[in-house]
Write a protein that binds this ligand. Structure first.
Ligand code: SF4
Length: 481
């Protein structure tokens, strides 16, 4: 697919939180040196993993559910243009307004103009990956509008002047003592003797946020799902802050990636089983809010739905990589990933960390922008096993690694592999190479393996040993039998 609703595929502009300040290997090395971070993340991921395993194990039809989720999402991607038009029609018919944004700049400009039209200088926000992706809070600040995050973990990140490090638990890298210190420093009206006791920390946040909910005229949300058949938008969350944002303010603006569609209301049944079990390890999501346009006397009087592309049509155009758009942001792949568990989310330099970030970020920005991310994996396959919609992340990582190599042009690595391929294509050349390789026996005599090779092969031995070539090749052995 090269066009989307008659438009060319769209790559995002350099705005928002997809562009890393440092390549992954550099950032990961720094993160590995932070023992507190490793301890916090190790503890949190182990806990969520155990909860998830317990509730997934209860369902005898878990694999069938995963297959159903995969099939629905595959169908959505095959019919995305028509389903989006259907969604627009249904939302408009129900009294909402739909806006189309090609990239972060357009989406931010639309939201800022909508907020300015209300005369508000403050908005309340539900945790949303799409708005983080486009850097909406920073863009609104340029217009003199303050966005208050209302999800507890997101609030901790915002008050701490920090960046999220996990899709579901953005402050996973902080412990309770650090959170207390952030509240004392940055949350107005907190009592100075606030202890680092979790219920009391939550109570402090609740009192602070209550004022924001009651005074805000405008709320901004993301969306977990949108139903093309009915025009219904759904947000799932655990704290009830989302329900406050979705019902109290006069104006509601939802920014939604175009891939979040489901064809029919019935499809939601599958995802409302898959998502809570995979994300928080719960059987049922605590707060599931759904709304269709606007309703007289109930909830916001104005509803705006901003449909965000920001590189998604380019991902859709790539047949080998488009299933990354199936992601429902449950974060199960993060919690099982041995790389994520050791380096945490910041090392990925993107709003999308972990295995899904390692594929989605380079896909959204173009692999040239983030060439090191596809290598942020051991390819162990745990992410595929955990993914509720069966995204084959390991295969996509390999696909993106090939793209990254192609994008680099002729490198030493490519030259060496091209020479190896040329040698292996001819039995004569291969036999000669085998004989020549025996010269390598001069190296590594002491330990029977080679720990250091001269340039250009030094890159190989920088991270691993090479077995010493055998005295006799398989062909020689065969010939002599
Ligand atoms: S890739 Fe799969 S496991 Fe990872 S966040 Fe997305 S849906 Fe969840």
């Amino acid at each position: 697919m090269t066009t989307f609703l008659g438009m060319p595929t769209v790559a995002p502009q350099g705005v928002g939180s997809l562009h890393a300040e440092q390549p992954f290997p550099v950032a990961a090395r720094t993160a590995l040196g932070n023992t507190q971070l490793r301890h916090n993340i190790g503890f949190a991921t182990q806990t969520i993993r155990a909860k998830r395993a317990a509730v997934v194990g209860e369902l005898p039809d878990w694999e069938q559910l995963r297959l159903a989720g995969e099939a629905i999402k595959t169908d959505v991607m095959a019919r995305l243009p028509e389903l989006l038009v259907q969604l627009e029609e249904r939302v408009t018919a129900a009294g909402g307004t739909v806006h189309w944004a090609r990239d972060a700049n357009e989406a931010n400009a639309i939201v800022a103009a909508l907020v300015e039209a209300t005369g508000a200088h403050e908005v309340v926000k539900i945790k949303s990956m799409a708005t983080q992706e486009i850097g909406l809070n920073e863009a609104l600040a340029e217009h003199g509008i303050t966005a208050h995050e209302t999800d507890l973990a997101e609030l901790i990140v915002q008050l701490g002047g920090d960046r999220p490090s996990h899709i579901l638990v953005p402050a996973i890298h902080r412990n309770r003592a650090e959170i207390r210190e952030i509240f004392l420093r940055a949350m107005p009206g907190v009592r100075p003797d606030l202890p680092d006791d979790p219920p009391q920390l939550a109570e402090a946040a609740r009192s602070y946020l209550r004022q924001k909910f009651l005074s805000a005229k405008v709320a901004i949300s993301g969306a977990n799902f949108a139903i093309a058949e009915t025009g219904t938008v759904a947000v799932v969350e655990s704290e009830g802050n989302g329900r406050m944002c979705l019902t109290l303010p006069e104006v509601l603006i939802t920014v939604m990636g175009i891939e979040k569609l489901l064809p029919t209301f019935k499809d939601l049944e599958v995802f409302l089983q898959l998502l809570p079990r995979s994300s928080t390890g719960e059987r049922m999501n605590p707060y599931t809010s759904m709304w269709t346009g606007v309703t007289e006397g109930d909830g916001p009087r104005e509803f705006h739905l901003v449909l965000l592309d920001n590189g998604r049509t380019s991902v859709l155009a790539d047949e080998a990589g488009r299933s990354a758009l199936h992601c429902i942001r449950c974060s199960a792949c993060l919690n099982v990933c041995p790389v994520y568990e050791r380096v945490g989310g910041h090392a990925y330099g993107s709003v999308y960390p972990g295995p899904i970030g390692a594929v989605l970020t380079p896909q959204l920005t173009g692999v040239k922008e983030n060439p090191s991310l596809p290598y942020a994996s051991t390819l162990c396959g745990a992410c595929f096993d955990a993914c509720p919609v069966r995204i084959d992340i390991p295969s996509m990582l390999v696909h993106l690694r090939a793209e990254a190599v192609r994008a680099k042009g002729m490198t030493v690595e490519r030259t060496v592999f091209a020479a190896a391929a040329w040698t292996m294509r001819s039995p004569v050349r291969f036999a000669m190479a085998e004989r020549l390789s025996r010269l390598g026996r001069l190296l590594g005599r002491r330990r029977d393996r080679i720990s250091r090779l001269p340039w250009p092969l030094s890159g190989w031995t920088a991270a691993r040993d090479l077995p010493r070539p055998p005295r006799r090749s398989l062909r020689d052995w065969w010939r002599n039998r």
